[in-house]
Ligand binder design. Structure first.
Ligand code: 5RP
Length: 220
């Protein structure tokens, strides 16, 4: 199976986690886009969605799915999104698509995070994929120096401004052996909006696309 076919398989499998009559949180990226296509087939069975990016909002509305402002919502039984890397503890690197902050906010509200990835995203140690960090523009140089102190090599993502009007530093060279600790340390750098490390709030379920089918993983 191709990587796209594996993504499509997990996107369709995620429909089983959508709670009828309720609002679903929807992520961003190519796998989330396939989930939106699949969700369109059951749009009359859900109350609507909360989107993690302007792009996702546009796509959901394009399918006639009502998109709620997060401030008007308290109950999101499930958030469904892809990831750039995930480990067996369900810690993730996200933000390859630049939507990390809103993804983190919507997933914080959701009761359950279902991560949908093809098998290539499962790693022993997070960090080969550069860790995205969203930064207030005037703090760019300071935050970059602090990230170097943490052992990384930050690079400005050229030409990218997030939906929140900020920049992204992609941090290379990290071997993240303690994801919760690193997430906490990065959160403490003044000028950081959020990092793409999702360890303090990991996924609850990972649907992993493999050539032998969709494998369901949970953190024990
Ligand atoms: C976007 C994300 C995506 O979930 C992540 O980049 C994975 O994307 P894809 O499904 O295209 O592989 O965090 O900000």
């Amino acid at each position: 199976m191709t990587q796209d076919e594996l993504k499509e398989a997990v996107a369709c499998a995620a429909l089983a986690y959508v709670v009828e009559g309720k609002i679903v949180g929807v992520g961003t990226g190519s796998t989330a886009r396939l989930f939106i296509e699949a969700l369109a087939g059951m749009k009359d069975k859900i109350a609507g969605a909360v989107a993690s990016s302007d792009d996702t909002k546009k796509r959901l509305e394009g399918h006639g799915i009502k998109v709620f402002d997060l401030n008007d919502v308290t109950d999101i039984p499930v958030y469904i999104d892809g990831a750039d890397e995930i480990n067996v503890a369900m810690h993730m690197i996200k933000g390859g698509g630049g939507a990390l902050t809103r993804e983190k906010i919507v997933s914080a509200v959701a009761q359950k995070f279902v991560c949908i990835v093809d098998g290539s995203k499962l790693v022993d140690v997070l960090g080969r994929f550069p860790l995205p960090v969203e930064v207030i523009p005037m703090a760019r140089a300071y935050v970059a120096r602090e990230l170097v102190r943490l052992g990384g090599a930050p690079i400005v993502r050229e030409g990218v401004i997030t939906d929140n009007g900020n920049i992204i530093l992609d941090v290379e060279g990290l071997q993240i052996v303690d994801p919760v600790d690193l997430e906490t340390r990065i959160n403490q750098i003044v000028g950081v909006v959020s990092s793409g490390l999702f360890a303090r709030r990991p996924a609850d379920v990972c649907l992993l696309g493999t050539s032998s089918g969709v494998r369901t993983m949970t953190a024990d």
